[in-house]
Design a protein around this ligand. Structure first.
Ligand code: COA
Length: 176
């Protein structure tokens, strides 16, 4: 069984090759996580070095799903910097290795992230998904509200424009 753990920057660096392999796999199977093919070593290296720097700076957190000591999935929580919006955080780069799909790993990562943000007092969580893609059903089942869709939001890994859906959960209304 897998576990979900928040990683410190040093462990992100230590496991960089695993995260690179995870991201490369996701893009190569068509995942829309901000990258176009081909996934070069240089792109992967620069990306994960940047994540480690952001984690070190406290600007984002990286949750990893680990099984038998290996990374099988990941999700990032990006915190807002401006003081008027520190009650908000954005969930980014939900990725599960293609060999581990449909085992509940993504769901567990999201649930853990929501618990983490709640514990920190974050009251508004947002996530953007590929419109009508696999992650959309998942986030809606976790009680996110879809507040809109944007046409031509981004490119798929093979360069075709795709639409996206934006979702949020607000605890502010509950706590007012
Ligand atoms: C999207 C992704 C993260 C889902 O990861 P996962 O661990 O397989 O998801 P889970 O097993 O937790 O699935 C939970 C629910 O999500 C939905 N879901 C997941 N994958 C799906 C698929 N391929 N098609 C339709 N629904 C899907 C289902 O409702 C599923 O529940 P069920 O298995 O009980 O039917 C994974 O496919 C992935 O990493 N894709 C590549 C990267 C990517 O595109 N990320 C999302 C960017 S928006």
């Amino acid at each position: 069984m897998f576990e979900i753990r928040r990683l410190a920057a040093a462990e992100v660096i230590e496991r960089k090759a695993e995260f690179e392999a995870l991201l490369k796999d996701a893009v190569e199977v068509g995942g829309t996580v901000g990258f176009l093919l081909p996934m070069t070593k240089d792109k992967l290296d620069r990306y994960w070095s940047g994540v480690a720097r952001d984690v070190e700076a406290g600007e984002r957190e990286l949750l990893a799903a680990l099984e038998h000591g290996k990374v099988i999935g990941a999700l990032q929580i990006a915190y807002e910097k401006a003081e008027s919006v520190r009650h908000r955080a954005d969930l980014q780069k939900l990725i599960v290795h293609s060999s581990e799909h449909r085992r509940g790993v993504a769901r567990a990562l999201l649930v853990d992230a929501l618990e983490r943000m709640h514990a920190l007092g974050i009251a508004m969580y947002t996530i953007t998904t590929f419109k009508e893609g696999p992650a959309e059903d998942l986030v809606r089942s976790l009680l996110f509200t879809r507040f809109g869709t944007m046409p031509h939001y981004g490119l798929t890994p093979d360069g075709k424009l795709h639409d996206a859906s934006m979702h949020y959960i607000s605890l502010a209304a509950v706590e007012e």
